[in-house]
Write a new protein. Sequence first.
Length: 550
Amino acid sequence: MFSKLLLAGAAISADAQLNPRFWPRPQQNSLQSSAGQLPTSCPNGRPRADVELPSPLPSDLKTALDGLWSLLNSTVDPAYPAVSGKPQAAAMQIDYRGQKLTSAFVGDKDPKTKAGPPDASTIFRIGSVSKIFPVLMMYQLHDRGVVESLDDPLSKYAPDFEYANVFSKSKKHQFTLRQLASQLSGMQRELPCFMFDCHLDTKEILKRLKTSPGAQFQEFTQPSYSNAAYALLGNILADYVKMPFAEYVQKNILEPLGMHNTGFVYTDDVQKRMAKPYTGTTFIPNSDIGYNGPAGQMYSNVEDLMVLGRYYLGIAGEIFDDGLRMELLTPGFIWRDGSFLQGSPWETQRLEGNWEMLAKGGNVPGHSTGFAIIPALNLTFAALWTGAFDETTTMAKAFEHFLPQFTDALFKQQPPPALPALEPSLYVGDYEATVTGLGHMVMSIVYEKLPGGAYGIAVKENGVVTGWLNFHDSTKAQAVLVGMGDFPANCFMEMAGANVNSWFVFDVQKSWGGYGKEKVYSFEMPGALYGVKFQKTRMEVEMNETTALV
């Protein structure tokens, strides 16, 4: 009874009950619905994001993507001087699987000289998107064994670091590296110096911090934006490895990834390639923010941000172990309003359609940047402006503008579950087992038409397909829910059941002493019912020797 395995997390017969000692029960949550219950279904009909899009693109998707130019164009005013207060230029690109899906370049990259719109190579300051790089540095040093634990306190790497937290009871885990990297340290927003004139060293910064009243929150209780946290994280780790932060990032992250248009120093060549911001007719110059550099000093362009997206999505590039890369995509805190989840350094937003957008925005005088990925869909987004702008809202609007058409195209492209090399008829039949404490069970395996028209091998109960088998070889397959819509219970129950992608292992043997046609006698589910063998009924075994599939 595969559907009951999915719903309850155990094989149960009609007279068997869920054992509360082993299977957690969903709790009521009044925030989830007006009825005070968890949702009645869990969105699982997500398309595979490792397939090619159709060529040419479906007309509705192309129309939606073309509409992004108008969305971006509405954010700028290329006049000189601009009296609207809008940015005067913007560049945007969206990639799918590391390949350009669409792009838009609007406004004027230097409205004073009428230089024309920017392009993918035009450089902008990226502000707080720079915070991505001290986090990558921290994880890389952890991977190399320099940082023993991400939960080490900062004082381990800077013994002179002293900073009070009157709210904390922790003796060992105040101001840890992980807390600093995820806005959960409780630390004050800014360093004890003016942000745009902070040309001090670590010794002086730590001396000044000792006189501070201290943290604003207890650790891990309230996300509170802190430029100081990232400045300390990057600079103190750089001091520890005896290499300036900018040099470390350049040699160990930017160069290995191939981000050749990203950096810290505004040379004459960099400034010639930059989009120029103005307030009225006054040019806004680039400033060196000194010790605050890890929190907001960097510049980049659309091309390089797409390279960064390919790394985060595991498409190209390697700077530390891939398991750590995946950890970096995991949020660590949900905001009270339920609209954002906090990560390192992601501000993750739930979009319409239940898609999680991992984003980081940046703002410095004259420039704004939005960088985002949707890992479940292999999408990367970057937009850069010359001027102050609400990049977070715009990123969400841009994605929601085309995601319905995009995901529909992906659904139509996803391949059916793989069939075994052997004839599918060998697997068809009723299988039964008696399970201690659960009684007699029967599962039927059938050869059925998938919603997309192809055929696959499915598990069926009471005439209803409850899952499809995706074969890795002739003996091993995983249970998947391709084309079956939402999971027929809340997400808690999907988690508790742990049966999606569970393994079926078939016993395939030669008949007639090893010289005849292969036959399938039984299967096991070692990850759900270890040691239980579901035997094919004798009638089905005999039928398979003489009956071919129609």
